[in-house]
Design a protein around this ligand. Structure first.
Ligand SMILES: Cc1cc2nc3c(=O)[nH]c(=O)nc-3n(C[C@H](O)[C@H](O)[C@H](O)COP(=O)(O)O)c2cc1C
Length: 266
């Protein structure tokens, strides 16, 4: 299925699961503009209830209809698919090993995402063997058990309650460590918030190196911490299965809140 709209001709195809696939020729045309300028407009639903992606009218000199020049670098449509549009949460895995080099690459990308005071509280434990994942068995929710046992790798995404000890190195411009020492509430808020952010960067980084993810919070954090972090310094945030996803039994993508439901422009 396709539809046409906007000032110049473009088409949107729909995948059988209902999500859109851009005509790459359009992207090529956009990308021939001097600075790959493009403006993405909001998602809309068409009469069939499927997502319809609209472009504003963009003329050949990179301006939109009001004459405003849109300047931004943007990844290719294929890249955006890998990171966001086509990426799914997986529960089943192909029988394909994950190279340890990729596990390093994920962290090396994810660590570059921003955190407050550059505090980087995330700590990662990669469970790469069946034996190591078996240690998770007693604390996993029922629905997360089998997919985790069968995943090539499970990452424990945790945070260091003493993350501030690294601040003299990570944020040398000021004595940031002093603002956390002896302030457990402030440390907890900062550590949990920023490790969650880093967990999100981790998922996107894993996708960027060609892996699929299955993030999970359905487990007993206290039991996990007792098993893997008995000295109490690290605390688990969430788990993330990693591998090459088997899409055979994937449910269709669930909808997201529309722009107007989630955002305001004031
Ligand atoms: C922090 C976090 C925790 C999650 N916990 C679970 C979980 O315990 N079990 C599960 O099956 N899915 C879990 N999910 C997966 C979400 O349900 C899934 O990402 C969401 O429904 C979107 O699916 P999609 O990526 O395929 O569109 C979790 C996702 C995140 C980010």
């Amino acid at each position: 299925m396709s539809c046409n709209n906007g000032m110049f001709f473009h088409r949107i195809w729909y995948h059988k699961n209902g999500y859109r696939i851009l005509n790459l020729n359009i992207l090529r045309r956009f990308r021939s503009h001097a600075d790959r300028s493009i403006l993405w407009s909001r998602d809309k639903r068409n009469s069939l209830g499927r997502e319809q992606f609209e472009f504003p009218a963009l003329s050949s000199d990179g301006t939109i209809s009001g004459g405003e020049r849109i300047l931004s670098n943007i990844l290719s449509d294929a890249d955006l698919g890998i990171l966001f549009r086509d990426a799914r949460t997986y529960s089943a895995w192909l029988d394909k090993e994950v190279s340890p080099i990729l596990l390093e690459a994920i962290y090396d990308l994810a660590k570059m995402g921003p955190t407050s005071l550059n505090c980087n509280p995330l700590r990662v434990v990669y469970l790469t063997t069946r034996e190591s994942r078996e240690r998770l068995r007693p604390m996993l929710s029922k629905g997360n058990l089998e997919k985790t046992m069968l995943a090539p790798v499970t990452a424990i995404l945790a945070w260091d309650t003493q993350f501030y000890d690294l601040l003299p190195k990570l944020f040398p411009h000021s004595d940031a460590r002093a603002s956390f020492e002896g302030k457990p509430d402030h440390s907890e808020t900062t550590g949990f918030r920023n490790s969650s952010l880093q967990g999100a960067y981790f998922v996107i980084a894993a996708r960027a190196v060609g892996l699929d993810c299955g993030p999970m919070s359905g487990f007993d954090n206290a039991k996990l911490d007792a098993e893997f972090f008995p000295d109490g310094r690290f605390k688990s945030n969430f788990l993330c299965n990693l591998g090459y996803g088997d899409a055979t039994n994937l449910r269709p993508r669930s909808p997201r809140p529309d722009f107007d439901e989630a955002c305001q422009i004031l």
